[in-house]
Design a protein around this ligand. Structure first.
Ligand code: M6R
Length: 606
């Protein structure tokens, strides 16, 4: 949700600044811009469009300078216009700022600044920061002092970076509830919303905490406390990801690359330290109730977890969408909350966790980004090790989170004597087979799914029907279709259909049936019953199933047949089909695969 970056060094930094917003573009891509300091003067270039388009129009790399800040935007306040793109400058142009987050008191601040004669050029909340800096500097004559005064008057969420003609060799930055980290190099230092901003240049990072600010120069960095202005000692963390992992590596899109990386990300998830898995299972045992928390895809991951905990551990954990957590959860010091998040920066999940912590709950997270806010705010964090997920559409991160939840469920099932040690071992062996099976499906079925996707990409409305654990798989597959292909797909439990939605079924509403293996005796006949209901009303049905040619399958107008596997891993095979179908439908419709409209990789606003 907007990416901010900054570079200060001995040499011209314009190329590394451009690289930084190219690598952060998945956070927002309505517009972008840079501000560079050279010869005591700040030059700003910005425009609407994606980074490469703006670079072509504005020739961003023609700028020269040794300190600069940059921004790639996902609009919140003010439309997508050149004026609203960042950086924003003060009236005299002696301060320039970029910002990610929302300044909630900006109306009041703006009105006051206007009365004092400041001229505003944009509709953004961010621009007030530039004018505040100018105002305070004119009374104190000290940039750091003006910076502290400005950030301390702001309400809301922010990661801010600022340059000023009065301190031409420094970048000032501050954070409150929006991500911001420093990159520590040799004779050049960086800031960024995440590692990708400087992954090509350094692996050493310092993670800022809320209410901290930092000043970086080419040879140094210093972190201080906003309130007391005192120096804070921070550890340098080494990033394990390398630049190559964050590149497309020959794939046309990150989404396809990340779909193909799922076998490896599952292996990494299965290799998560057993001690941590056991520890989380024990925490669940010791808690009165456990909530699984996520939003969007991670809510569906949580929902899938809920089914596995019920089936294999005999425990009902409640999955709640983070944005509704406060409205639903009952939290005490006997509650455990497991938050699931790829980015570790999702506002709704952070907010829910804060509420849980304020009510003394114990907290665990399953997170992909080291040093992210969610990883740092919980009592125990599981790093899922999926590697960088760049495409806005989550695939490999989600499947890894599911696998980790299943590992915990099996551990808990054994602790609670719902499954024997032998059965647990057997199920774990099945999970180990999953990467190879998925690899084969990717190799063997992609072409076929592509053909199907092309054939049906013109269909505007889909119903994705599943029962039991296949219901969250249907929901997640439908979300993929909506996000990347902009096709309406509604996930629903098969049993729910007859309670209303069945009225929609006719030859124009297409259905995908997520059919479990036949041995799922509680699910199979019921979902086939739902499919019969659709067929009886002239609905078209595509079946994802594991079958041989049995009479039931005559019901399908189209089918994708999967290999027979154990029921513990069967749902994942259908998840892969759902991802591929969405990807190829989007290709056929010429969608912007890695950066779908209106979306951003990490949603850091309410
Ligand atoms: O970074 P998070 O996993 O916390 O993000 C949660 C959702 O915003 C995210 O899963 C979203 O639904 C994705 N676009 C799914 O593909």
């Amino acid at each position: 949700m907007c990416g901010i970056s900054g570079v200060v060094g001995f040499e011209n930094i314009s190329k590394s600044l451009l690289d930084s917003i190219r690598n952060l573009e998945y956070r927002g891509y309505d517009s972008c811009g840079v501000a560079i300091l050279d010869d005591g003067c700040i030059t700003i270039k910005k425009n609407i469009g994606q980074v490469d388009e703006v670079n072509e129009k504005e020739r961003l790399t023609d700028l020269e300078g040794r300190a600069g800040i940059a921004h790639t935007r996902w609009a919140t306040h003010g439309g997508v216009t050149r004026e609203n793109s960042h950086p924003h400058a003060s009236c005299r142009g002696d301060f320039a700022v970029v910002h990610n987050g929302i300044i909630s008191n900006y109306h009041t601040l703006k009105a006051g600044l206007k009365r004092e004669g400041h001229q505003f050029l944009s509709d953004t909340d961010t621009e007030v920061i530039a004018h505040l800096l100018e105002k305070y500097y004119s009374s104190t004559g000290d940039v750091e002092d003006a910076f502290i005064k400005s950030i301390n008057i702001l309400e809301g969420t922010y990661a801010i970076a600022m340059i000023s003609v009065y301190e031409p060799e420094k970048i000032f930055c501050a954070k409150n509830e929006s991500p911001l980290i420093l990159g520590i190099g040799n004779d050049v230092n960086y800031i960024g919303s995440d590692f990708n901003a400087f992954i090509d240049y350094t692996k050493n990072t310092v993670v800022l905490d809320d209410k901290e600010y930092a000043i970086i120069s080419k040879e140094n960095y210093i972190v201080k406390d906003n309130i007391r202005g005192e120096r804070v000692d921070k550890e340098i963390t080494k990033i394990e990801w390398d630049a190559e992992m964050a590149k497309k590596g020959g794939y046309p899109h990150y989404m396809l690359k990340e779909i193909y990386e799922q076998p490896q990300s599952i292996i990494n998830a299965l290799n998560v330290d057993r001690k941590i898995i056991k520890k989380v299972a024990s925490l669940i045992m010791d808690s009165d109730r456990t909530y699984l928390l996520g939003v969007g895809t991670t809510y569906y991951v949580s929902l899938l977890g809920e089914y596995y905990f019920s089936s294999y551990a005999g425990s009902h954990l409640s999955a709640i969408s983070s944005d509704e957590f406060k409205n639903l959860a009952e939290v005490t010091d006997k509650t455990l909350v497991i938050a699931i998040s790829q980015s570790g920066e999702t506002y709704d999940s952070i907010n829910a966790l804060k509420y849980a912590k304020a009510n003394k709950a114990r907290t665990v997270s399953i997170v992909n980004v080291i040093g992210s806010s969610i990883a740092r705010m919980v009592d125990l964090s599981i790093m899922q090790g999926s590697g960088p997920e760049i495409c806005v559409i989550s695939t490999k991160a989600a499947i890894s989170q599911m696998i980790i939840l299943i590992s915990i469920a099996l551990e808990l099932g054994n602790m609670r004597k719902k499954i024997t040690k032998k059965e647990k071992k057997r199920l774990e062996k099945e999970l180990i087979k999953l990467p190879t099976i998925i690899q084969n499906i990717l190799n063997e079925k992609s072409g076929f799914v592509n053909n199907i996707a092309q054939r049906y990409s013109g269909i505007k409305n889909w119903l994705y029907l599943g029962r039991g654990v296949y219901y969250p798989i249907a929901l997640e597959s439908a979300l993929k279709m909506k996000e990347v292909a902009y096709i309406h797909a509604e996930g629903m439990p098969g049993g729910f259909l007859k309670h209303g939605t069945i009225a929609l079924i006719d030859e124009d509403l297409y259905t995908v049936g997520f059919i479990p293996p036949r041995e799922e005796k509680d699910l199979y006949p019921l979902i086939m019953g739902s499919i019969e209901e659709v067929k009886a009303r002239n609905g078209f049905v595509m079946g994802f199933h594991f079958g041989d040619k049995e009479k039931d399958y005559k019901l399908f107008d189209e089918e994708i047949i999967l290999p027979k596997v154990d029921k513990v891993i069967a749902p994942f095979l259908q998840l892969i089909l759902g991802q591929l179908l969405a990807y190829f439908a989007a290709i056929s419709l010429k969608r912007n695969i890695d950066r779908p409209r209106s979306l951003a990789k990490s949603v850091t606003v309410a």
